[in-house]
Design a protein around this ligand. Structure first.
Ligand code: AQP
Length: 332
């Protein structure tokens, strides 16, 4: 049977990119009745510096974001990574399976480490091995992610393949990435060539899930565009990254195809389309941010949900880790 795993870093507030590329699709997967395991990957977050109080707050807020978006902590397993030690334990074994050369090819490391890679943490370099452990410690078969994570899932497949080959077993599944929908790569509102990101220094570059209606309206009003009206077919967006981004966002929020959106909106100027987009975003996001704020009033409740989730996660992960140790030759 399929088993779905995915995670989000509590490295800041949730963005519209995280929502459309990940959370909204996590909920759809849960609604399809598939077994779903969702994780706040706090161990990944500290690969770059996190203030401890902010990390705690961001983890709880992320949990609230999952629940407010529609994740039911009874139907899905919902927990934070550091409470299930099996992730870090399996990651060590995968550190010994993955090759330096594979890691050096990871574009996210190059992007995040920037020019001064010598000064990046060892954790940031090893990030994809921990991610492989997150997935494979549950024998997950499918991972819904945004486009930016595709290379890491390929590495997960390489690690599973090499482990199975080196030890002559057929133990870890070869996981499939699931990259679907109109908004697998939501771009910055200020620069159509950069992805929308929690950690972008410019707040105007992103819609935060906690933004109110005024902030959403202002950010879309100021969003970079070109002077042409919207085309009536998707091909007309090919050379227009900013226009394409706003259309993709509208399509994903309203659960329509890009073609259907353009059939309706083609010919409109941005001065006309942006308020329509704003109204749709406010309609979809306000109930979520309101519910997040309500949940955040009860941090003890959130902590209890995470502890229960961690117990359920451990029940799946622990036997898989034990079997891995046996395969590798550890005396138990
Ligand atoms: N702009 C995006 N468009 C579509 N999907 C996105 N995701 C992130 N940004 C976009 C998807 O959200 C999930 C969780 O991502 P993450 O928090 O683990 O890490 P990230 O991809 O590094 O996200 P950010 O927002 O850019 O965080 P920072 O700034 O801390 O690096 C993943 O499924 C991702 O694909």
């Amino acid at each position: 049977a399929p088993r779905v795993f995915s995670g989000i870093q509590p490295s800041g507030g949730l963005t519209l990119g995280n929502y459309l590329g990940a959370l909204k699709r996590f909920v759809e997967t849960q609604e399809n009745g598939v077994e779903t395991i969702y994780c706040m990957v706090d161990l990944h977050a500290i690969t770059v510096w996190q203030d401890p109080e902010r990390l705690r707050h961001a983890t709880r807020e992320l949990c609230a974001g999952f629940i407010a978006s529609g994740i039911d902590p009874e139907r899905s397993v919902l927990f934070n990574q550091s409470q299930v030690a099996e992730h870090a334990q399996l990651a060590w074994i995968f550190n010994c399976v993955a090759r330096m050369g594979w890691m050096k090819r990871m574009t996210q490391f190059k992007d995040k480490a920037g020019k001064n890679a010598e000064n990046a943490s060892l954790g940031l370099f090893g990030y994809p091995a921990l991610m492989a452990a997150d997935i494979l410690v549950y024998h997950a078969t499918h991972v819904p992610v945004g486009e930016d994570q595709k290379q890491h899932i390929e590495l997960t497949r390489d690690i599973a393949t090499k482990f199975n080959h080196d030890y002559g077993v057929d133990f870890f599944p070869i996981t499939e990435p699931v990259i679907e929908g109109a908004a697998t790569r939501v771009m910055s509102l200020r620069d159509g060539s950069k992805k929308m990101s929690k950690s972008d220094p410019s707040d105007a570059s992103r819609i935060n899930m906690t933004d109110d209606a005024d902030a959403i309206a202002q950010k879309f009003r100021k969003a970079k565009t070109d002077p042409e009206p919207l085309p009536s077919e998707a091909a007309g967006l090919a050379e227009r990254p900013e226009a394409r981004n706003l259309v993709n966002i509208y399509a994903a929020l309203s659960d329509q195809s890009v073609d259907a959106v353009l059939a309706e909106m083609g010919g409109k100027q941005f001065s006309e389309f942006k308020p329509i987009l704003t109204e749709m975003a406010v309609e979809k996001l306000t109930p979520i941010s309101t519910e997040m704020a309500r949940l955040m009033q009860e941090p003890d409740e959130i902590d209890a949900i995470l502890r229960r989730g961690a117990e359920r996660a451990r029940a799946i992960a622990s036997p898989i880790l034990e079997r891995t140790y046996e395969i590798v030759g550890m005396v138990r």
